[in-house]
Design a protein around this ligand. Structure first.
Ligand code: NAG
Ligand code: NAG
Ligand code: NAG
Ligand code: NAG
Ligand code: NAG
Ligand code: NAG
Length: 273
């Protein structure tokens, strides 16, 4: 009995010696350092985002950074929400290769969505909503095949919705409402078939240039074709009437002048009595 206890203690000791403590990861360090450099934090919400912590952001399953969650010594979740963060999203965020959830929603981030996000092959949740992000939605984000959630609502994104997103089998939340997107909603997203989640109007509304199911058909800019034709015909008719009137008036004036002149001549020719 005592012997087994001793054996257990010895084996535990051996284990703790030979199992390495979760060693810092150079990729996570690069990711955090560059992300911290690319954002501004005027309210000092990221107090413990400091250089020494970047070198060692995790102790096993515990994180040393506000907003970060660790799994086995690697960052697997970043949630920096409602922190009034400014600046841009560093492309080096793609070095947090174990990231499964990236939520930077409801800040004031500007610039583009880095196409390098495609390197985050474990990503399941991407929430960049309520920022001031601009530029196109990178189609390569569809490389992250485990994506469940793409929430980009309330930004200033332009261009079209990448049809490649239609191939994301696990996509259950998709929201690009209130941006500046344009073009046809890919049928691969608007009209998904089978067991794939379908997305309704609320995923797409608030984008002036966007059309196609589940939104309406393409709108010609402001005015319908009938109105444009009517305006064309109307103005044509109006200018016709106007020029006709001008010519008439001119002719009449000329006529009168000629008549007057003639009358003058006649008066001149009249003998004096
Ligand atoms: C980080 O990302 C950059 C650009 O994607 C890459 O060149 C670099 O090798 C990555 N790793 C580290 C540790 O910086
Ligand atoms: C950093 O801040 C968070 C939240 O305030 C806290 O949970 C964490 O323990 C802090 N880490 C360090 C190393 O101070
Ligand atoms: C976004 O953040 C602001 C404060 O920064 C807060 O008032 C607002 O409720 C937040 N919105 C959401 C949806 O969390
Ligand atoms: C994304 O973040 C916003 C703001 O923090 C939140 O309201 C919304 O529910 C999140 N989206 C998803 C799909 O969880
Ligand atoms: C998409 O589905 C709607 C309703 O089921 C249908 O009216 C529309 O024609 C479909 N569009 C395409 C491109 O399949
Ligand atoms: C759209 O779908 C969401 C769930 O994905 C639901 O909460 C919402 O009520 C739906 N809106 C409309 C207008 O059908």
């Amino acid at each position: 009995m005592r012997f087994t206890k001793l054996k257990l203690i010895i084996s535990l000791l051996i284990c703790s010696i030979f199992l390495p403590p979760s060693s810092p990861d150079p990729n996570d360090e690069s990711c955090l350092t560059n992300l911290f450099n690319s954002i501004q934090d005027p309210d000092h919400n990221l107090q413990n985002w400091t250089k020494p912590t970047f070198q060692n952001p995790c102790s096993g399953f515990l994180s040393n950074l506000v907003g970060a969650t660790c799994n086995n010594g690697r960052i697997y979740k970043l949630s920096l929400i409602n922190l009034n963060l400014h600046g841009t999203i560093s492309p080096f965020i793609s070095n947090c290769t174990n990231l499964q959830s990236l939520d930077l929603s409801n800040n004031s981030l500007t610039g583009i969505i880095p196409p390098d996000l495609r390197l985050l092959v474990n990503l399941a949740v991407l929430n960049l909503s309520s920022n001031r992000l601009s530029g196109d939605i990178p189609p390569t984000v569809a490389n992250c095949i485990y994506l469940n959630v793409i929430d980009l609502h309330e930004n200033e994104l332009t261009g079209t919705i990448p049809f490649q997103f239609g191939s994301l089998m696990r996509l259950s939340v998709f929201d690009v409402s209130n941006n500046k997107l344009s073009g046809l909603i890919p049928a691969s997203l608007g009209n998904r078939t089978g067991n794939l989640n379908r997305f309704n109007v609320s995923s797409f509304y608030g984008n002036k240039g966007l059309y196609g199911y589940p939104l309406g058909p393409m709108k010609s800019k402001g005015l319908s074709v009938v109105v444009i034709v009517a305006i064309g015909l109307g103005s044509g008719l109006l200018s016709l009437v106007l020029s006709f009137t001008v010519v008439c008036v001119w002719l009449r004036v000329n006529d009168k002048k000629m008549a007057d002149e003639q009358e003058g001549k006649i008066t001149q020719m009249m003998p004096d009595y």
